[in-house]
Design a protein around this ligand. Structure first.
Ligand code: SPV
Ligand code: MN
Length: 622
């Protein structure tokens, strides 16, 4: 082992090598030695998690220009290349020993993929510093957590990880046998704006056999921050093999009567209300993006694996998102990415205050009306512009839940989509399997703003389709089987904040979700009744009146309830057929999914025969 270290020695500044010498982990040294040889950095910097090391990383980001200061101390901004603003689906691939075709997955033969990525990484760090970061996904040394090591030449990436994850250097020092996920990132050659320039060679690959994630020629955090979405793909596969759930979900506590807190996880595709749900004022935030759920002594418990938020900033305004707004204007450490900067201040689309007509953004110098190479007008900030901030900066954080090594017991799981004409705002599945089927049926409609074509439904089971790394049928089988490990089964709810009237008007206000959460909280404990419909239990009108009054100080009208909860049978039958067709094409779809689809269909047909196509919820009152 010392030979390995000796070879690396000249890469370290004085004193730096001691940080590695304290660790005695063969796998780690081999990993570092191998990639040092390939990437060939001039220097290596070991990030121990000390204040001093974090300062070093932050200063380096500023010195090298990957980040710049805003007017407010502790606030910086970063730009990704104009064409590197989101995850790159096409060049994101799962490496498998045998290249088999799996529906929805982008698969590549493992040796070929590794050879390609190594050749793209060759000598990419010449003249640069390679950072080594040690992290824990989730509270350290808990029955849930996973350790991870990140190698990167981007000070912005390392800075982001120091805010988003728990540093675990000390755990590597204490225990020489720590097993860990491995992430290697190089931003590649940079242009004069310090953004990755060789985007045609951008690659994001995952090797599930060695739990390794690779990313090259990209800076966008969804590609480059190994512990986030690259790590998620690896843990989805790990969870499947070990029989637990690694999910794209928030984690929050909802306040019930007499000081009771009930925890929920929730999966929603991008821009469907995930962040705004876990940030509902008055409730308790634990996490906004990624959870592990395990059965501990038969109780389903969850942790947030992160320690910070990498959130969408587009549309955040004082009225709709008071908590995030205050955080963004606080003195907390924040990295803004791909926003508009003018006179040292950050601006973004839809912030509800006037935005300057010129400044600098992801396209460089920007002025109102500026067009890109494709002739498209460039908005002030990118739609996917983001903020990175520690969870401790949020006043609504449930710190105990975040730090709990055994996680928190989950009472309910929420699945949400963006659906203009099908699902009611809220319903509760009859059973675990029916709920899993509902999660497996999530669809999200594109908006006019994003793809030009409105209302295109995109299938997004459990909102993980972009991150799926295993056979979808097997993934669902694992969900179905999970129930058998439980003494207490969480309720599963389906929500839809985007239901519209025929004339296109939304049937709900953005704030209504605060009321739905309270109804779900009471249902978890069977504190109130519900109405049975062909698609699950829905709230009784008279139960919602006091909830709306108390939570939103709003008079909840009977006609609103009736419109929102009218069963739209033709649309529901269409959806049932659409989803069935998708699963028919997947050989491994569990029988339970088809059973649930079929019985839902039968219930819908029966109701239609009795009451017609559009059925008032009052018809189901017993
Ligand atoms: C998402 O899009 O779901 C995100 C951001 O959380 S990314 O890191 O790009 O996945
Ligand atoms: Mn996400």
């Amino acid at each position: 082992m010392n030979d390995l270290l000796n070879k690396l020695k000249k890469k370290f500044d004085e004193g730096e090598i001691n940080k590695l010498e304290k660790i005695n982990n063969k796998d780690l040294f081999e990993f570092i030695a191998r990639y040092t040889e390939i990437l060939n950095p001039e220097k290596i910097f070991v990030v121990t998690g000390s204040e001093k090391d974090s300062e070093f990383v932050k200063n380096m980001a500023l010195e090298e220009g990957e980040e710049r200061n805003l007017e407010k101390k502790e606030h910086t901004y970063h730009f990704d290349n104009y064409y590197d603003q989101a995850r790159d689906k096409e060049n994101t691939k799962i490496l498998l020993k045998e290249k088999i075709d799996l529906p929805f997955l982008n698969v590549m033969q493992r040796d070929e993929g590794i050879a390609e990525i190594h050749s793209l990484m060759k000598d990419q760090m010449v003249g640069r510093t390679m950072f080594i970061g040690f992290f824990s996904l989730g509270p350290k040394e808990s029955p849930f957590s996973e350790f991870a090591v990140q190698l990167t030449d981007s000070s912005y990436v390392m800075h982001s990880e120091l805010m988003l994850y728990r540093n675990a250097y000390e755990n590597f020092v204490k225990n020489s046998n720590v097993k860990f996920l491995k992430f290697i990132h190089s931003q590649g050659e940079l242009d004069e704006r310090k953004t990755s320039k060789n985007l045609k060679n951008r690659r994001i690959y995952f090797d599930l056999e060695t739990n390794t994630g690779y990313a090259v020629n990209t800076q966008y955090a969804g590609n480059s921050v190994g512990l986030k979405k690259p790590g998620f793909r690896i843990t989805i596969s790990k969870a499947l093999n070990e029989g637990w759930l690694s999910e794209h979900m928030f984690l929050m506590g909802v306040n019930g009567p007499n000081g009771r807190i009930t925890y929920f996880t929730g999966a929603f595709p991008s821009m469907c209300g995930k962040t705004s749900t876990c940030m509902v004022p008055g409730e308790n935030l634990v996490g906004d993006d990624l959870v592990f759920i395990k059965p501990l002594e038969g109780i389903p418990r969850a942790i947030n694996i992160e320690n910070g938020v990498f959130g969408i900033i587009d549309g955040i305004n004082k009225n709709d998102d008071p908590i995030i707004w205050d955080v963004l204007y606080s003195d907390s450490e924040i990295i803004f990415s791909n926003i508009l900067v003018s006179e040292g201040k950050p601006y973004w689309n839809g912030m509800g205050i006037p935005i300057p007509e010129k400044g600098e953004n992801h396209s460089g110098e920007w002025w109102k009306g500026k067009k890109d190479k494709e002739g498209k007008e460039i908005p002030p900030s990118h739609k996917n512009a983001r903020f990175t901030v520690r969870l401790e900066s949020f006043p609504n954080l449930d710190k105990n839940a975040l730090e709990s090594k055994n996680g928190v017991e989950i009472g309910g799981i929420i699945f949400g989509g963006r659906d203009s004409d099908t699902w009611p705002p809220l319903c509760e599945a009859f059973s675990w399997n029916y709920g899993v089927m509902k999660g497996a049926s999530i669809e999200s409609e594109t908006t006019a703003a994003s793809l030009g074509k409105e209302g295109v439904r995109t299938f997004n089971a459990m909102s993980i389709m972009e991150f799926l790394s295993v056979d979808l049928g097997k993934y669902l089988q694992n969900y179905i089987s999970f129930q058998k490990k439980l003494k207490k089964i969480p309720k599963i709810f389906a929500v839809n904040y985007f239901l519209r009237e025929k004339d296109g008007k939304f049937l709900n206000e953005k704030t209504d979700k605060a009321a739905w959460l309270k109804w779900m909280e009471l249902r978890v404990h069977n504190d109130i009744g519900a109405i049975e419909t062909p698609i699950g239990f829905i709230p009784k009108y008279e139960d919602l009146i006091p909830i709306f009054k108390k939570v939103l100080n709003k008079e909840y009208k009977k006609e609103d309830y009736e419109k929102q909860f009218t069963l739209r049978v033709p649309e529901l039958l269409e959806k049932n057929k659409r989803i069935r067709k998708i699963y028919e094409d997947i050989k491994t779809t569990p029988k339970e999914i088809f059973d649930e689809l079929d019985s839902e269909r039968n219930r819908l047909i029966e109701a239609k025969e009795k009451y017609g196509d559009y059925i008032s919820p009052f018809k189901f009152y017993k």
